[in-house]
Design a protein around this ligand. Structure first.
Ligand SMILES: Nc1nc2c(ncn2[C@@H]2O[C@H](COP(=O)(O)OP(=O)(O)O)[C@@H](O)[C@H]2O)c(=O)[nH]1
Ligand SMILES: [Mg+2]
Length: 283
């Protein structure tokens, strides 16, 4: 399977982003903690320019604390402003707000000297499905933006007042073209950042199973009750899942596609376990 992951509207989205960015003070770039490197979009860097940027390493609940420590070290060494967040459970709202205020302090200080308490206008950017809208919701009392576990749910622009000093602008997820790096494409597909309709579910599930067999075969074995996981290749494992779950089509044919969908959905929700798909770079 060759994953084509640069639908045409993404180029337009980058252009729109550049226009919106001219009206904001700083940027919150949301990354998925399971693949933060793959979520970095080189096309963003050019349009962000020298605006202050806070990385929110989101879906923190879907990785192990030891891996979080390694990411923390990496982001510190790279001298990035960053915070971890589990937006789905709204546990880190204060840390995110403080991180943003600190990141934007150069700007607020400049205004403060003139006696003005500046409202920081920040644009929340990132590739699809990393949790941009959920993050904004987690910072407000009421539900204000639309979220969904599929790319492309956010369209149009909406400013949300977080408090007296922070306004946030949600944005549609933007991917970048990198046709050659299919490993990255696979990771992005597994975390749900590439539209499912351009993917072959069975092939993606097989690639995912292959990765998990390397990372933590025991977690896979436990989730699906596979007793001799090392004796199977990825297809064998997917067949086992189909069998053990009793997924069948009419006429009793095994419904392998249903097993593939189940695997992908359960992986995305963290039900198989906590995994980091990207290699953590050593600086
Ligand atoms: N486990 C977990 N899921 C999250 C978190 N943040 C967002 N999600 C889920 O990820 C999916 C995509 O979220 P959404 O906010 O629509 O992403 P967006 O496309 O970047 O705006 C939704 O199913 C959210 O519930 C998080 O911190 N932890
Ligand atoms: Mg959204």
């Amino acid at each position: 399977m060759h994953i084509h992951w640069f639908p045409g509207h993404m180029t337009k989205a980058i252009r729109m982003m550049a226009t919106e960015l001219s009206r904001v003070d700083c940027v919150i770039q949301v990354l998925d903690a399971r693949a933060p490197m793959s979520c970095m979009n080189p096309a963003f860097d050019a349009v962000i320019g020298n605006r202050p940027r806070l990385f929110v390493i989101n879906k923190y609940d879907l990785i192990e604390p030891d891996d979080a420590k390694l990411w923390k070290r990496y982001f510190q060494m790279a001298k990035y402003n960053f915070v971890f967040a589990d937006s789905a459970h709204k546990t880190d709202a204060l840390a995110v707000k403080n991180g943003l205020k600190e990141t934007a302090s150069v700007i607020s200080e400049r205004y403060r000297k003139k006696g003005v308490e500046k409202t920081i206008r920040a644009m929340v950017i990132g590739i699809p499905n990393v949790g941009k809208s959920t993050l904004i919701n987690s910072l407000t009392a009421e539900k204000k933006t639309v979220t969904g576990d599929r790319p492309g749910v956010t369209r149009g622009k909406q400013w949300v007042a977080i408090d007296k000093y922070i306004d946030l602008l949600d944005s549609p997820g933007v991917l970048y073209p990198d046709f050659k790096d299919q490993e990255k494409a696979t990771r992005l597909a597994l975390i749900g950042s590439i539209k499912d309709d351009v993917l072959d579910k069975c092939e993606l599930a097989l690639l995912g199973i292959k990765i998990l067999c390397k990372l933590a075969p025991n977690k896979l074995a436990t989730r699906y009750n596979i007793s001799d996981i090392n004796a199977h290749n990825p297809l064998g494992i997917l067949e086992e899942i189909t069998l053990l779950r009793g997924y069948r089509l009419k006429g009793d044919t095994p419904d392998i596609e249903r097993a593939a969908s189940a695997f992908i959905n359960e992986f995305r929700k963290g039900q198989i376990g906590k995994f980091v798909l990207d290699e953590i770079p050593l600086l």
